[in-house]
Write a protein that binds this ligand. Structure first.
Ligand SMILES: Nc1ncnc2c1ncn2[C@@H]1O[C@H](COP(=O)(O)OP(=O)(O)OP(=O)(O)O)[C@@H](O)[C@H]1O
Length: 249
């Protein structure tokens, strides 16, 4: 469980997150949504200790993440950032193998290799395992980065816009993998812009606006026309189609 208490953060000296309180339960996929500049990436970065909070705390399973030695933190928490730069001469399998580094210290044993293979298969990358990263497509690279975070076998999985560049089939696959990890007891947080996908695959949403929590709750409470129209300052309709909420702008 991730517990965020009275959390504030600044970027370039300017306040970006204001007094955030949230609990992210294991077993569920939590979607972090909201307009551009709302603070979603900043919140993930603060949870992942890539950015220091100016006030407040973040704990994972009761342990303060800011006090945790980085190697231990890397065994417990994995984060996929937006616009990650990677060395192009790595193979897909090498990259995913890096996810095991906090556990293996760089020497992958048979158990590590089995995890790498399973993560490659989950992201439909087995056939590309030996390919260099500069010889695959943008969406395939994005899937390789996601597979690397899965290979970390974390207790908390933070994915910042993981669906960028993905086709519809792989959007579904990534969200189903997120759900499978959550059901296995991982606290999963996914930054999403597609509210229909969030409504369909997430168990809970946290909506940020201008660095504050604007709304939080299950899809049937947050994914509504009035809430989303106020969140994005634009008229938004929500319709129920085949049991799913579909968001129309
Ligand atoms: N390096 C920086 N220095 C100062 N301000 C920054 C910096 N990076 C981002 N910001 C500002 O911090 C705020 C939050 O940005 P953040 O990237 O967390 O938003 P976001 O909700 O993830 O947006 P998006 O949907 O566009 O990815 C924005 O107002 C942004 O302009």
């Amino acid at each position: 469980m991730i517990e965020i208490r009275s959390l504030s953060a600044k970027l370039g000296g300017a306040p970006v997150l204001h007094d955030i309180d949230a609990t992210i339960a294991p077993g569920r996929v939590t979607a972090l949504v909201g307009p551009n500049g709302a603070g979603k990436s900043t919140l993930l970065a603060v949870i992942g200790q890539l950015l220091k909070a100016s006030a407040g705390s973040v704990t994972l399973d009761g342990a303060d993440l800011s006090d945790m030695p980085p190697p231990e933190r890397a065994r417990r928490l994995a984060i996929l950032r937006q616009n990650t730069t990677i060395t192009p001469r790595l193979t897909v399998a090498d990259l995913v193998g890096f996810g095991r580094y906090p556990h293996s210290g760089g020497r992958l044993d048979d158990a590590d290799l089995r995890i790498v293979d399973a993560c490659l298969a989950e992201l439909d990358l087995s056939a590309l395992a030996g390919r260099h990263l500069d010889t695959i497509s943008g969406g395939q690279r994005q899937r390789a980065l996601i597979a690397m975070t899965l290979a970390q076998t974390p207790r908390a999985l933070l994915l910042d816009e993981p669906l960028n560049n993905l086709d519809l089939g792989h959007v579904r696959r990534v969200m189903e993998v997120a759900r499978t990890r959550a059901r296995a007891g991982v606290a999963v947080v996914v930054v999403l812009h597609d509210l229909s996908i969030a409504a369909r695959f997430a168990d809970a949403l946290i909506a940020l606006k201008a660095g504050h929590i604007f709304a939080a709750g299950p899809p049937n409470e947050v994914v509504t026309g009035p809430t989303l129209s106020a969140l994005y300052d634009t008229p938004i309709e929500v319709h129920e189609v085949a049991g799913s909420r579909v968001v129309l702008t």
